[in-house]
Design a binder for this molecule. Structure first.
Ligand code: PMT
Length: 221
């Protein structure tokens, strides 16, 4: 890569969806493939950063030069992210973390008995919100996957989670969101400015996000 503008920076990136077990063979999950997060990890490493990729289950190859920590549940992602937080300069949270998990995990495969089955869900920790409360010098970049009122919801997450920047994607648009090679995003900064990007490959979006991060890192020195 021509630019080594992230040399000596430690960047933690989360990718893919979490899986919340119901019983030994079933889970609650989502459609995240890891493509967005892995593109960020690969690009950041090429630009010289030391990258820690905390990933939920994904079939993608591990990008070269990246330290991988594989997790399954939101609780495991929470532990992995918190254990690295003090050592990093930047966190980018592209993972789709389950907001809720089954309250009880059945020890044996649940049998097909009744006509309906109720699974009680309890709230997971909001990893990014906790980072926002703890952050000292770190830059925090979140993603917002929305199906309506994109800007309003993304802005609300930026504020509530104390982020420096949020990348908002309307996951209902063809060419955007889960499990495809392109995305359509709006980048919202802490100061309120919004940049709208056209449909681009996730690698190109990763480059642009990292350009913004470089500028913020230079300003905060
Ligand atoms: O993996 P792909 O198939 O390429 O798809 C990419 C993507 C659509 C998953 C990605 O672009 C994206 O939008 N990721 C964030 C999805 C999401 O969970 O958004 P959210 O609006 O629910 O969460 C907002 C932010 O808080 C996210 O940065 C999320 O990582 C974080 N979060 C959410 C819940 C929670 N319990 N802990 C968190 O840290």
């Amino acid at each position: 890569h021509k630019r080594q503008d992230l040399l000596n920076k430690r960047i933690l990136i989360t990718a893919a969806g979490t899986r919340e077990p119901i019983d030994p063979v079933r889970y609650v999950g989502n459609r995240s493939s890891g493509k967005m997060g892995y593109a960020l990890a690969e690009t950041a490493a090429k630009r010289g950063a030391e990258v820690i990729l905390v990933s939920g289950p994904s079939n993608l190859p591990i990008p070269q030069g990246v330290t991988i920590k594989k997790v399954e549940t939101a609780a495991q992602m929470h532990a992995a992210v918190l254990s690295e937080f003090d050592t990093v300069d930047v966190v980018i949270k592209a993972a789709a973390v389950a907001d809720y998990r089954p309250e009880l995990i059945a020890e044996q495969k649940i049998k097909k008995t009744g006509d309906t089955l109720t699974i009680n869900l309890v709230k997971n920790p909001d990893i990014l919100r906790e980072l926002g409360q703890q952050k000292k010098r770190q830059l925090l970049v979140g993603f917002a996957a929305e199906t309506e009122d994109l800007i309003t919801h993304a802005r609300e997450k930026l504020t509530r989670k104390n982020l420096d920047m949020i990348v908002a994607n309307d996951v209902t648009l063809p060419g955007a969101g889960f499990n495809i090679d392109t995305n359509i995003v709006k980048i919202i900064h802490k100061n309120g400015t919004i940049e709208e990007l056209p449909q681009l490959r996730k690698q190109q979006i990763a480059e642009i996000i990292l350009d913004k991060i470089c500028i913020m890192l230079t300003k905060s020195i």
